[in-house]
Write a protein that binds this ligand. Structure first.
Ligand SMILES: [Zn+2]
Length: 227
């Protein structure tokens, strides 16, 4: 069986060969005081093992679903994760142009260091624009955002790296972008994006959950005092 997928080793979108798959089901039980166990739902995992016909390397995906989350139609909601090679495409909270640039960087990280650095720079440039920074180069824009408290003050440690991607990525030389440097740049970008776009959303969600809870408790109290 073949399926069209992007290979995160070589970057080609191609007909990947499904070599093997495996399904796993986990049942969740509720217990009563007499020791009886009642199944209340199931978690499903399906693993897919693919081989890329272009570079011959392997990809492992996991499709997850459970009986607790379904569409109104009854169809289960599922998520597909790429477990191998290790890439991060989970940044669903990013504005689409920034997410696209960041995913491009992730996709080529194992393939071409210089191109990955250019994609990282593009990601950061787009974020700076989105957040209204107006400096003359990437470093001054990031500095501006750091001074305004929009990004965390970790820039001083990273300034050499940022100047590197500012200056060198344009006239790219593979030797300058070895694996440890790319890894640091991606980590840095990851932290910044998390801080700027993901954390505020998570905090908002937490606040809403807390206020929902408070409302529920208050309603319960009113009911109890009324009866
Ligand atoms: Zn490939």
């Amino acid at each position: 069986m073949k399926e069209v997928k992007v290979c995160f080793h070589c970057g080609n979108k191609t007909q990947m060969e499904l070599i093997n798959n495996h399904s796993h089901t986990e049942t969740e039980y509720e217990f009563d005081l007499e020791g009886g166990a009642y199944p209340i739902g199931e978690y499903y995992e399906e693993y897919f093992f693919y081989q890329c016909p272009v570079c011959n390397k392997f990809t492992l995906e996991c499709k997850e679903s459970d009986t607790f989350s379904s569409f109104p139609s009854g169809e289960l909601i599922h998520t597909i994760k790429t477990l191998y090679p290790a890439i991060d495409t989970s940044k669903n909270r990013l504005p689409s142009s920034i997410r696209a640039a960041y995913q491009a960087a992730q996709k080529v990280r194992n393939i071409d260091g210089a191109i990955c650095a250019i994609a990282i720079r593009r990601t950061l440039e787009r974020m700076c624009k989105d957040k209204g920074a107006t400096g003359r180069n990437l470093y001054t824009k990031l500095k501006q955002l750091s001074d305004k408290g929009i990004i965390p003050p970790i820039l001083d440690d990273m300034s050499i790296l940022i100047k590197d991607i500012g200056n060198q990525a344009a006239h790219a030389d593979d030797a300058e972008f070895d694996e440890p440097l790319i890894r640091s740049l991606l980590k840095f970008t990851d932290i910044i994006l998390e801080y700027v776009y993901v954390l505020p959303y998570e905090i908002k969600r937490l606040q809403l959950t807390m206020s929902d809870r408070k409302k529920e408790e208050e309603e319960k109290e009113t009911k109890e005092s009324a009866s």
